[in-house]
Ligand binder design. Structure first.
Ligand code: PLP
Length: 395
């Protein structure tokens, strides 16, 4: 990185591109490797005794293709020490949790968390003797009251990726720091461009790179970026788990990263336009979008975020499973499928109340989550108008 301050648009273009890794090619090429050859036994022994950071050692420790992407993600989180990559976002969540928790410990997990994160806590962590307490996403500084002697980590996801409550991350971080507890934030929705997790005091910032970093719906990938003092344990845990992200996938992610800033601006403006339009429709009870005043935690969004992205939900005014399906099935330009963050729009029926245990969200009707892609937003609005007609006809 240069010594003067630069904008995010510049950073995503330049980050992680070192001449010794690119050989002068613009983007770091794919270095595929398992075996690395040494000149002699002495050379092999010397390599085994050295820190392998940014040194070829064995394929599982990575090659310049992975280091380049990891360094770029570290650059996007000013104040971070380093990043480790994983073959999926869920694998990144697992490594972050296992790097700070041990048998007998307690985890505080936000009730709005991504469901596979909940499953990990209720399954794997429980089996390892780590207990979990779920907390209200709007708890703020009152999290201090939940911290007990065994509490060792607080997991946040802000906003929640189904219901979009914005958390008071600085207040929760302050309560955690006062007790020496680690904080882990799933920052997939905002990305480091819209929320500087490490700068705001979070210890481990998790991304499902599968979403906006890759941006093209063709790669599974995860990352954890660590604050100073947390990276060594994260790296050791990840090595012991045998985690390695494929160089081909990292190359695609690096390629996606170069356009992240410009893609996010378009996702943001199209999603805001569509969210505003949905709010005017009688079939829609509520739009859950952090940039809208009706979204729980909206004031925190205004205070802490640089912008929004393309994912939000809306609650229908009445209706049931069948009328919601009629709406979604009636859309021509929205795919029906899991994941998000690609260039294409998606619509998904979601039922967050099925997962919650610490809070009970009360909605007037069924909920739909939209990922707004890079199509013409007016085409998407016309499509949603048709879908809402199908919904009304099925009531
Ligand atoms: C998709 C997602 C993940 C998991 O990422 P995968 O790459 O699908 O394993 C984690 N957190 C959030 C908020 C997600 O949307």
């Amino acid at each position: 990185m240069k010594d003067h301050d630069i904008g995010d648009e510049t950073r995503v273009v330049e980050a992680g591109r070192r001449k010794e890794w690119t050989g002068g090619i613009v983007n770091t090429p794919v270095w595929r490797a398992s075996t690395i050859l040494y000149d002699s036994v002495a050379d092999l022994r010397a390599a085994a005794g050295r820190d392998t950071h940014h040194r070829l050692f064995y394929g599982r420790r990575g090659t310049p293709t992975q280091w380049s992407l990891a360094d770029a993600l570290t650059d996007l989180e000013p104040g971070a020490e380093g990043t480790f990559l994983y073959p999926s976002g869920v694998a990144a969540v697992a490594a972050a949790l296992l790097s700070v928790l041990s048998p007998g410990d307690e985890l505080l997990l936000v009730d709005s968390a991504y469901d596979p994160t909940r499953s990990m806590a209720n399954g794997l962590l429980k089996r390892l003797g780590i207990t979990t307490r779920f907390y209200d996403p709007l708890i703020g500084a009152d999290i201090a009251d939940l911290i007990g002697d065994r509490t060792k980590a607080i997991f946040l996801e802000s906003p929640g990726s189904l219901t979009f409550e914005v958390q008071d991350v600085p207040a929760i971080v302050a309560a955690a720091k006062a007790r020496g507890i680690a904080t882990i934030l799933d920052n997939t929705w905002a990305t480091p461009l819209n929320f500087r997790a490490i700068g705001l005091g979070v210890d481990l910032s998790v991304l499902a790179c599968t979403k906006y970093i890759v941006g093209h719906s063709d790669v599974m990938l995860g990352s954890v970026t660590a604050a100073p003092g947390r990276f060594a344990k994260l790296r050791e845990t990840s090595f012991q788990l045998g985690q390695v992200a494929s160089p081909d996938d990292c190359w695609l992610a690096s390629r996606g990263l170069r356009t992240l800033a410009v893609r996010l601006k378009q996702h943001e403006s199209s999603a805001l336009k569509i969210a505003r339009w949905l709010e005017t429709r009688p079939e829609v009870d509520r739009v859950l979008h952090p940039a809208h005043p009706a979204c729980p935690g909206h004031a925190l969004f205004v205070r802490d975020f640089a912008g929004s992205t393309g994912l939000f939900s809306f609650v229908l005014n009445g209706g049931d499973e069948a009328s919601r399906a009629a709406l979604i099935d009636g859309l021509d330009h929205f795919g029906i499928g899991y994941s998000w963050g690609g260039f294409e729009s998606l619509a998904l029926p979601v039922d967050p109340q099925r997962y919650r245990t610490a809070t009970t969200p009360d909605f007037a009707g069924p909920m739909v989550r939209l990922q707004i892609g890079l199509e013409d937003p007016d085409d998407l609005i016309a499509d949603l108008a048709r879908g809402l007609d199908h919904f009304a006809a099925a009531l």
